[in-house]
Design a protein around this ligand. Structure first.
Ligand SMILES: [Zn+2]
Length: 235
């Protein structure tokens, strides 16, 4: 095969390798992005959970305070009634009622103390972690933006390379192009390789001396007897 037929193929091969590199980079950017997005939503959720837990406890505290106030009002009313009743049986009944309100107030006060402790714990934790988490969220968002910009650039480069590839394709003999495309799929790597020191640059197997001499002398392209790649010595 004449080297004139192969030279444009070599160019095409270079472009294909560049295309693969860019495509790999785009895939890896996408992987990085989805990993970071997952991390981001996890961090946001952790913070939101903490904040909503605090809000829940605060609203529960408000409710308890109101309940205590209501019990205190009822207690005051009961005490007032006690000062007015004459009959012993009524007095005893009011005494019972008074004890019930006092008991409720005590129980609710314990609950209030407990709630105050929990709220303090969450607020301490928030004071410590909220700035850190927010900083980390900002960092991740910036990393994501950078990746997006890098991806856009890579996508544009890919489009340009694909156009370039089309223009190279036109200069290549159809049969050679078909062989190249199929071999490329099969090998998953270069199809046109140099043969240096008598060894095929694709499969690494020694080329028969006669063939190698011919490559050197005619500066043409031959096919490697072992793997079938196009081999050349110098183009
Ligand atoms: Zn070979």
């Amino acid at each position: 095969m004449r080297k004139e037929d192969i030279k444009p193929l070599l160019k095409l091969q270079e472009v294909d390798e560049e295309i693969e590199r860019v495509e790999r980079r785009i895939r890896s950017i996408e992987e990085d992005r989805s990993r970071l997005e997952e991390k981001l939503s996890k961090l946001k959720k952790e913070l939101e959970d903490l904040l909503s837990r605090r809000d829940e406890l605060i609203s529960r505290r408000k409710q308890i305070k109101e309940e205590i106030e209501a019990e205190e009002e009822m207690l005051a009313k009961t005490e007032k009634k006690m000062s007015m009743v004459r009959k012993d049986v009524e007095y005893k009944a009011l005494l019972k009622e008074k004890a019930k309100h006092e008991d409720n107030i005590l129980k609710k006060s314990y609950e209030l103390d407990e709630l105050n402790g929990k709220i303090k714990d969450i607020e301490d934790k928030l004071r410590e972690t909220e700035p850190k988490v927010k900083r980390r969220i900002k960092e991740i968002e910036e990393e994501l933006e950078d990746l997006e910009i890098e991806k856009e650039t890579a996508v544009k480069k890919l489009e340009k390379l694909k156009k370039e590839r089309k223009s190279y394709e036109q200069n290549i003999n159809k049969e050679i192009l078909t062989f190249y495309e199929e071999a490329r799929k099969r090998f998953g790597s270069r199809v046109v390789v140099p043969a240096e020191d008598g060894v095929c640059g694709g499969c690494g197997i020694k080329i028969p001396d006669v063939l190698f001499s011919k490559l050197i002398k005619e500066e043409n392209v031959e096919t490697c007897p072992s793997c079938g790649r196009y081999i050349y010595y110098r183009l």
